[in-house]
Write a protein that binds this ligand. Structure first.
Ligand SMILES: [Zn+2]
Length: 285
């Protein structure tokens, strides 16, 4: 399975509450140990012009020039430097999924709270929206964004509404929290239906595989490890059944030690590998 990764997308040495900036390198290292075939693929960082297709140009310039705060609430040059790579990884993964049908993975986090002209919640630029736009430009008619971070994708909503995108089907687990908390079995049923519906109506699914809905997460606390594996299985199976390619990004996950977060991403990776219609997955599901 292809993982779109470059060293430059990790911000080494940062120590935010969110481990996201240093997570790409750790996630890739962890996946390498799983024993599945994994192919690391390089990519180009996105340009300012690309980012300006889904964000206010003044916001893009302000953040990248160090005049406006990034999604972490500061102007740390180490974060500024990684941002074009973070988005570049997800754009490349999504275009690859579209062109080859392979499940394609970007080990990046921090998109869904970034809106047209603002960041926040550890999100600076919305690479879910940018990846959707780039694939739409490349010929994909309808794009599904299945955002399974614990927290609602307000930034994604803001961009799709601001730009009047009617070709995006956006699901946000953040809107289903009450149901998942009170009746997890019912949530699984409704999520299954929702993903089948999405897969039937789109040409590609962008899956934001958040780790923070996990019951042990300090910012989450709804789904057990088994529930989360079930979530991943539902999504990958719904897509595979309809021959809809999937591009995956990571999101959230604030457990300490970070190994607990990596384990959740490992489980997602195994599930992706099992259902990958083109790559190296085994025959059984
Ligand atoms: Zn979150």
């Amino acid at each position: 399975m292809k993982v779109f990764y470059r060293e430059e997308q990790s911000a080494v040495g940062t120590s935010y509450f969110s481990p996201s900036p240093r997570k790409p390198a750790l996630a890739v290292e962890s996946w390498r140990k799983l024993g599945h075939q994994i192919q690391i693929v390089s990519f180009d960082p996105v340009t300012r012009d690309q980012l300006k297709q889904v964000h206010d140009p003044d916001y893009v310039d302000g953040v990248l020039d160090g005049r406006l705060n990034n999604g972490f609430g500061d102007q740390d040059p180490r974060i500024i430097k990684v941002l074009p790579y973070v988005s570049g990884s997800m754009v490349a993964a999504t275009l690859n999924a579209y062109r080859t049908g392979e499940t394609s993975i970007s080990p990046t986090s921090g998109a869904n709270h970034a809106g047209f002209g603002f960041g926040g919640g550890f999100c600076t630029f919305n690479f879910l929206a940018l990846a959707a736009w780039e694939t739409h430009q490349a010929g994909v008619k309808r794009v599904g964004i299945a955002d399974c971070d614990m927290h609602r994708g307000n930034g994604t909503d803001n961009i799709t509404q601001t730009l009047g995108w009617d070709w995006v089907d956006h699901y946000s687990f953040g809107s289903d929290i009450t149901l998942a908390r009170t009746d997890v079995a019912q949530w699984k049923d409704s999520f299954t239906k929702r993903m089948e519906e999405m897969a039937a109506g789109v040409d590609i699914i962008i899956y934001n595989a958040g780790a923070d809905p996990h019951i042990g997460d300090p910012l989450g606390g709804v789904l057990s490890t088994e529930d989360m594996e079930h979530r991943d299985r539902i999504l990958f199976a719904a897509a595979a059944d309809r021959n809809v390619p999937v591009a995956v990004s990571l999101a959230g996950g604030y457990q300490d030690p970070i190994d607990r977060v990596l384990e959740i991403h490992d489980n997602m990776f195994k599930m992706a590998w099992m259902h990958d219609p083109v790559g190296n997955g085994p025959d059984e599901r």
